[in-house]
Each structure stands twice: as structure tokens, then as C-alpha cells.
Design a binder for this molecule. Sequence first.
Ligand SMILES: Cc1cc2nc3c(=O)[nH]c(=O)nc-3n(C[C@H](O)[C@H](O)[C@H](O)COP(=O)(O)O)c2cc1C
Length: 359
Amino acid sequence: MYPTTVEFGSLDEIHETALGVLPGDVADFLEGGAGGETTLLRNRQALSRWAVVPEPMSGVALPDTGTTLLDIPLSAPLLAAPFGGDTLFHPDGHRAVMRASAAFGVVDIAPEAGSFSYADLRATAPAAARMAQLHPFAGAVDVAGRIADAGYEALCVTVDCPVGGFRTRNMRNRFSPDLTPFCGNTPVSAGDAPRVAEVMGQLMSGGGAAWTWDDLTHAARRFRLPWIAKGVLTPAAALRAMDAGATGVVVSNHGGRQVDPAPSSLAVLPAIRAAVGPDVPVVVDSGFRTGADVFVALALGADAVILGRAIVYGLAAGGEAGVTRVLELVTEELRVLMTLAGAADLRAVTSDRVVEILR
Ligand SMILES: Cc1cc2nc3c(=O)[nH]c(=O)nc-3n(C[C@H](O)[C@H](O)[C@H](O)COP(=O)(O)O)c2cc1C
């Protein structure tokens, strides 16, 4: 069922292979968005409006794709998304993503609602396991403490998921997998049951944790690690996150899985960058698949891009090797475009290297 020898030529091929091995309802859980899937579509449409400006005869030969984010060195401006339900896609789940990310020199954000504990993932590949995701509600300070104890260096706090989005495909499919395997960080015991229900409620709809920025501000004072807020779509929310103590933000509509209709992440990215200023780490996700997408994101103000479904396609299609291939393809395309656009390093990927095509 799971191919082990893979030398995929393109992301499309990886995507097709993934859809070929996944059961239909799991594929829908992965591919689907909320509501009418307007946000999902808009994420891709927004990217298609931008073009890279070629720079003939620039003299750039071997551009440098390396960068640092929160003092973490990255071989490419990429992170693997925290995604729950990881072993639905491949039995190795995030362990495979961790290993591939470590070997490639990027970071996999360990998810709260995955099959493996933070400590397990850190032990699997310490080089990649440097950031971990959590949900901001009851018990978050304890969870953040466990993340710090496990040796992570930064937290990624998901602020756009007080309740799972209105996921139409899952509802049509009556999708209700056994959630116990995805409680790697929420052990099922009598005392933990409420938290398990809450965390999984985030993913599968239901849940409903009424935390405010003030609650998060309060909790964050007890975090021992720097944190970034994942899921802001307005300058006001980004600034509120910074007020709450965040070191940076992730501009994200959760891959179209939460608010629908919502703006694409790309459309709001420049205004958020302008609001927080040049020095605050700004990461973006939702709809990014290719090296060209990453180039446009960097040109419009992002420091790095989180890949969600693209990574899961690689995982489903070929486990660790599949994820590695996705990272290779995206990075190689980015490198080629940097050469063709005359950008010797990521600092040179500036807004004048892209142009919006209005028709
Ligand atoms: C199957 C799946 C599960 C996800 N689970 C979580 C989660 O538990 N917590 C979270 O913050 N984001 C979660 N996300 C959102 C991703 O972290 C990321 O924001 C999104 O996938 C980016 O969009 P893209 O898939 O278009 O790249 C999930 C995404 C997918 C596809």
C-alpha cells in the first residue's frame, strides 16, 4: 500500500500517488476546506495573480536559500506544518516528517494533536524538532512546560482554532475516526479526558474553548520559550499577538479549514508585514505548494513559508522519502527562480522582483 522506493518527478505526481493510497474519507479530510471552500480556492487564486520578474544576465549562479528564523538556521525558508491525525496518512506520521526535515535542514513543527508525543518526536530527530505547536486553552501552560522540558526552542500557538471549521466534506462523509491514536500529547486517562475532548474537538469540530487574548497574555507570561501566534489574518490581530508577548506571527487561514469565506493569506501578508515592521519574524502558510509560491511569499514580506498539504502528500505517497522529495522539489524550484530573477540570497527576494498580473 505504501510505496517505499520513490523518485517522484513532480509534486503533481506525488499528489496523485497520495490520493491513490488514501481512503476517500481521509483524502477528503486532507484536501477539504471549510464551508463552500472559497478560502481554499482563494489561497491558490491569490498566488496565481503574481509573476516573478526575470533578470537577464544578472550573474547570479548559485543562490543561497539559507536563512534563520527565531535564531534557528534553515537550509531553505521552509517549515513543515503541525498537522493532527498524522498516522491517518502514513503509519510513521510525524516521525517521518521529522526525519526528512532534519536531514534537509528545516524544521517540522511538532503538533499537539498528533500520534507521537513531543518528547518522542524530539528524540526521533532533535535537529528538526525545535518548534512545537499547542492550542491555547485550559492546561496550555503545562503543555508548554512539557514542550520546554522535551528540549524544544520555540512554541507555535494556534490562535485561529477555538472550534474546528465547518468542514463540509467530513460531515458528508460522516468522518469520525477513532481519536485515541492522535492523543500523543494528551494521554487518555480519567483526569486527561476533558483535555483530550477539547483538543480533538478543535480538529473534528465541536470543542469550543473560549480563550481571549487576555487569557493568552496571562498564560504566556509563564511560557519558558519564545512563541509565535499561528493564524492571524489582519494587522490588528498581528499587533494584538505581539502585545500578548508573541515573538512573531504566522499569517494563516489554516489552509482554508477555518473561516470560510476568508481572505487568502497572501492578500493580507503585505499589510501585516507593514504593521509589525521589518524586524518581526513573519511566517506565512495556506495554499503554498511550489518554489514559485515561496518566492512570491518572500517577495511580499514573509521570512519563511509553512508547507501543509504538500508535506502530507509526500508523507502519504512515500513516507520519509516522499517528504524529502517534496522539500527537494520546492527548494530546487526556488533556487532556479532566484537564479533567473537575479537574487543571490533570500534578502534579495524583494517586492520589486514580483509583479501582480491583474488580467
Ligand atoms: C490534515 C491537516 C491537519 C491539520 N491539523 C492542524 C492542527 O492540529 N493544528 C494547527 O495549528 N494546524 C493544523 N493544520 C493546518 C496546518 O498547520 C497549516 O496551517 C495548513 O495546512 C497550511 O495550508 P496548506 O495545507 O494549504 O499548506 C492542519 C492541516 C491539515 C491539512
